[in-house]
Design a protein around this ligand. Structure first.
Ligand code: F6R
Length: 253
């Protein structure tokens, strides 16, 4: 794992955009994308480079990690809406080249198989952008998820529903289930770009680097991948032990 520690969230977003932009030099790149607060600065920066520096997404394909079950794609809090409003509608990517699981599909197991097949056919992503849950989830692979899992339906942990309640009127409105790429699906990506910002993520980053590989902490599966880049800002990095700092290859920006 290569690690960059940045002064703040803005610098984290620039560094992440530099890495993603490198893949876009190959115009037919496949990007694995995440939703949530963490990658918003990355998306803003990529939009700015599209508007001001001629960066193009015309031949890029994107594969998103997850979607809530039961929300229409036009629901304000669906991940389809999130991606459209925060990224896709601001760049030149044709919508048929963007892929997100369909949370209203029936039956859901057929949708999961369709999505995994799509990952194998147009992917795997050259680079997969990931955030991390306070409980260590990646995608919506909650603690205890099998590392051998492919795209599947998952019941959201109550801590995840509470954390995501900030986007809804109340926690009761947060869906109870989601479709998520599995850990095995995520690990197929050629490179993984894990982003972590803020003190709320400090314990998870410490656990990731200090705690060993364990299905109880899903992000620890990333330690089995040969090309992971972690970008953490100072706040997210603040609890990592000095022994981990010496074991991993850490660069302070
Ligand atoms: C979102 C996703 C989640 C988030 C994680 C962190 O597509 O897969 O794993 O990355 O919940 O969310 P934020 O960035 O909002 O703290």
């Amino acid at each position: 794992m290569r690690i960059f520690v940045t002064k703040n969230y803005q610098e984290l977003s620039y560094k992440a955009a530099d890495i993603v932009e490198d893949y876009l030099k190959n115009s037919s790149a496949v990007l694995g994308l995440a939703t949530g607060s963490t990658p918003m600065g990355l998306y803003r920066e990529l939009i700015s480079r599209y508007e001001n520096n001629g960066l193009s997404f015309q031949n890029v394909q994107t594969i998103n990690l997850d979607e809530y079950i039961g929300l229409d794609r036009n629901h304000l809090q669906s991940y389809h809406t999130f991606m459209r409003e925060n990224f896709f509608s601001h760049i030149d990517i044709p919508s048929h080249q963007t892929h997100i699981p369909n949370g209203l599909a029936e039956p859901l197991d057929v949708e999961c198989s369709r999505y995994e097949k799509l990952i194998n056919e147009i992917g795997p992503p050259d680079v997969q952008v990931l955030g991390i849950g306070e409980n260590g989830h990646i995608g919506f692979n909650e603690p205890g998820s099998k590392f051998s899992s492919e795209t599947h339906v998952i019941q959201l942990a109550s801590s995840t529903r509470k954390a995501n309640a900030r986007f809804f009127d109340s926690v009761d409105q947060v869906p109870t289930h989601a479709i998520t790429m599995g850990i095995k699906s995520i690990l197929k990506s050629r490179q993984i770009l894990l982003l972590a910002s803020g003190t709320k993520k400090a314990a998870a980053i410490k656990r990731l680097l200090d705690g060993g590989i364990d299905e109880k902490f899903p992000a620890s599966a990333l330690l089995q991948h040969s090309d992971v880049v972690l970008i953490a800002d100072r706040e997210a990095w603040s609890e990592v032990s000095s022994s981990s700092e010496t074991i991993f290859n850490v660069e302070y920006l």
